[in-house]
Structures are given as structure tokens and as C-alpha cells.
Design a protein around this ligand. Structure first.
Ligand SMILES: Cc1cc2nc3c(=O)[nH]c(=O)nc-3n(C[C@H](O)[C@H](O)[C@H](O)COP(=O)(O)OP(=O)(O)OC[C@H]3O[C@@H](n4cnc5c(N)ncnc54)[C@H](O)[C@@H]3O)c2cc1C
Length: 339
């Protein structure tokens, strides 16, 4: 039986593991991770379907991968699983002081349309550019535990452990899938991977059902409704490794968001949270590689560097990573009947 080790228990790792188990039910798969939900990067994210901070990832790939997740969220919605999986349909606006434009992938969403300068200025006089978007959110803290159960029901194992290199994982595997996010900086090693610190405040404000994002600036102010709560953001601080809540950032987020939507002053704060987006200069790395051990060569599939939109990309990326992994299993070990 082919032994597969997936390093990483965030959306990328779990999505890839599930896609591979569906393609290769006979493989012996383990997800090995230092942290599982609710302690992964996606667990505190608003999960807005919106490709953001994608580095130099090719446009066609961003479109292809985000379409994969769009279809999954839509399927959950249509089949009555929206509440359980934390999927919310919502419309909103993406605005900025200048040059805030519709990208090709936005046309995959329900609806997108440019706003006039006057409409932007009605949101706040500082905005000059923007567009409307009807999209979805997928809350990782709700759907990831469900996907983990599915992995287990298909025979996958979970192991809580930190590894110090991919070689260490490869020593006990015939194939390694690297979904370690920011951890890839040391594990690969890949020095082009860096953190983009994001701090948010989660509030209860059931009267807010839309989103508003000003993501063009360092402050990255946004208000995004989830199923039960609303996420107020945020920061995007490159190369900042701090995981503790910064009271100055909290104050700035609160001031900016309540200026944009004064009714938020009545909202009850339920959580303050910091996550480090796994950014990479060249964007997502999704490709085959190999590790040379003393006695053998172990094939590897990398799937990391999803930056500010790993939720948006996870299902599409997981499908592609699983397809590459399947080809490698075939190449190194032959068809399933011979395993
Ligand atoms: C504030 C904030 C808001 C965001 N909002 C959105 C949004 O609205 N929409 C969107 O699409 N995206 C959003 N994102 C981005 C998204 O959350 C991330 O891109 C995504 O969660 C990355 O998932 P991942 O599985 O690749 O990495 P991670 O979730 O970081 O998982 C990495 C995994 O690897 C494991 N690992 C790492 N190193 C090791 C090691 N040495 N040994 C063992 N295990 C290891 C970790 O324990 C973890 O299990 C947001 C992020 C932040 C911080």
C-alpha cells in the first residue's frame, strides 16, 4: 500500500488529502501537522471568496483554482449544507482611493459591476474607485472539522506532530504532499515565503449582512458578514511574525470600521484574532518535486504560498495537487491493482 504523508492540517492540507483519498482510496494517507482546526490560519479568516494577495500567481491559475472552490461552496449551498459549512451568500463593495478594478476571476462570482466615482464617494468621501461584487464566504472553523471527519471516514489518519524537514516526513512515506503554508519557509526550505500579519475583530452584529473591503492600503479596512458574526479587519503587515493581538491595531480597526458603518458601535465583540497569511513572492507553488534520501527518491507535491486567499483557492488547488500526486503514484508504483 502506498504511504502518503500530507504535511499541514489547514485548508490546503485537508482539501488535498480529501481529493486524493477520493481518487486513490487504496492509499494509506496520514495528515501530519503541528496544528489542526481550530488553530490553523483559516480558522479566524472571514473566508470571503475573493482572490487577494496572490503574489505573481498566473491569472489563469487564480481563475481555475478559485472556480473549483466556488463550485464547492455553491454545491454546499444548493444541497442545504450552508449553515453547517458556514457558507454565506452576500453582496458588497470593494473600494479604494484609486485603481480598484474588476479582475477576470470576479466574473466567476454571481455578479460584479463597476461603481461610479460618485457611488464610491457616497460610501466614504476618500474613495474614488471600486466595484460591486456578489460573492460567498466559507467559514473554515465550520467546514474544516467536517472535512476532517470525511478524511477519517475514508481511512485517512491524523497525527499531531511538528517535523523539522520534509526529509523527516519522507522517511516514513512513499509520497509527501507539502501543504505547510508558512512552515514551508523552513521545511522546503523556501526563503521567498513570508508572513503577512492579519489582525481582526469578530463581532455580533446581525443587522449587517453584506461586506465592504478597502484592501488597497496597508490598513486594509474591511467588514465581512459571516453566518453568525461579522469580521472587522484588519491589517496586512508584511514580514511581521507577531501572533499576539496589538491593542493599537485593535483601536485602528475599530475606528476605521465604525467610521465606515457607525451602527457597528453597538456591536458586541466576541473575539480578537491574529493570523499570518502564508505569502510568497512568486505566488502559489503547486508542482511536483522530489527528495533524495540515502537509499531512495521520494516524490513530493508542493501546495503552499496561498497568501491572502487560501480559502478561495483551497478546493481548486487541492484537486490539482491530488491529480499530480495520483500521476506520481502511478509513475513510481504502477496501477492500483499492482500495489
Ligand atoms: C486575517 C486573515 C484574513 C483572511 N481572510 C481570508 C479571506 O477572507 N478569504 C480567503 O480566501 N483567505 C483569507 N485568508 C487567507 C487564508 O486564511 C490562508 O491563505 C489559508 O488559511 C492558508 O491555508 P494553508 O492550509 O495553506 O496554511 P495554514 O492554515 O497556515 O496551515 C499550515 C499547516 O501546516 C502545519 N505546519 C507548518 N509547519 C509545520 C511543521 N514544521 N511540522 C508540522 N506541521 C507544520 C501547520 O501546523 C498547519 O496545520 C486570511 C488570512 C488571515 C490571516
Amino acid at each position: 500500500m502506498v504511504r502518503v504523508v500530507v504535511v499541514g492540517g489547514g485548508v490546503s492540507g485537508v482539501g488535498t488529502a480529501l481529493a486524493l483519498l477520493k481518487r486513490q482510496p487504496q492509499c494509506h494517507l496520514t495528515i501530519l501537522a503541528q496544528d489542526f482546526s481550530p488553530a490553523t490560519t483559516g480558522d479566524g479568516a472571514a473566508g470571503l471568496w475573493e482572490p487577494y494577495l496572490t503574489g505573481e500567481t498566473p491569472y489563469d491559475k487564480v481563475g481555475q483554482w478559485s472556480l473549483g472552490t466556488w463550485k464547492l461552496f455553491s454545491e454546499w449551498w444548493r444541497s442545504g449544507l450552508a449553515r453547517k459549512m458556514g457558507v454565506n451568500l452576500l453582496q458588497g463593495a470593494i473600494v479604494g482611493e484609486e485603481d480598484c478594478r474588476i479582475e477576470p476571476w470576479h466574473h466567476l462570482a454571481f455578479y460584479c459591476k463597476d461603481l461610479t466615482q460618485e457611488q464610491c464617494m457616497q460610501i466614504n468621501p476618500k474613495y474614488r474607485s471600486g466595484f460591486k461584487l456578489a460573492s460567498m464566504t466559507g467559514e473554515v472553523s465550520k467546514f474544516l472539522p467536517v472535512l476532517l471527519e470525511e478524511v477519517k471516514s475514508l481511512g485517512g489518519r491524523l497525527e499531531v506532530r511538528r517535523v523539522s524537514s520534509l526529509q523527516e516526513a519522507a522517511a516514513e512515506a512513499d509520497l509527501v504532499i507539502n501543504c505547510a503554508g508558512l512552515g514551508s519557509r523552513d521545511l522546503v526550505p523556501d526563503p521567498t515565503v513570508y508572513p503577512c500579519r492579519g489582525q481582526v475583530i469578530r463581532v455580533r452584529a446581525p443587522w449587517i449582512g453584506e461586506f465592504l473591503c478597502d484592501i488597497a492600503t496597508e490598513l486594509s479596512t474591511y467588514i465581512i458578514a459571516n453566518t453568525d458574526t461579522v469580521v472587522l479587519g484588519g491589517t496586512h503587515q508584511n514580514h511581521d511574525w507577531r501572533l499576539d493581538v496589538d491593542p493599537n491595531d485593535s483601536q485602528t480597526i475599530w475606528d476605521n470600521c465604525t467610521t465606515l458603518m457607525p451602527s457597528l458601535k453597538r456591536a458586541e465583540v466576541v473575539q480578537e484574532w491574529v493570523g499570518l497569511r502564508p505569502c510568497r513572492k512568486e505566488g502559489v507553488r503547486l508542482e511536483a518535486d522530489e527528495i533524495l534520501l540515502d537509499s531512495r527518491t521520494v516524490p513530493v507535491v508542493h501546495n503552499y504560498g496561498h497568501g491572502g486567499c487560501g480559502v478561495t483557492l483551497f478546493w481548486g488547488c487541492g484537486q490539482e495537487a491530488a491529480a499530480i500526486a495520483s500521476d506520481l503514484i502511478y509513475k513510481y508504483h504502477g496501477p492500483p491493482s499492482r500495489l
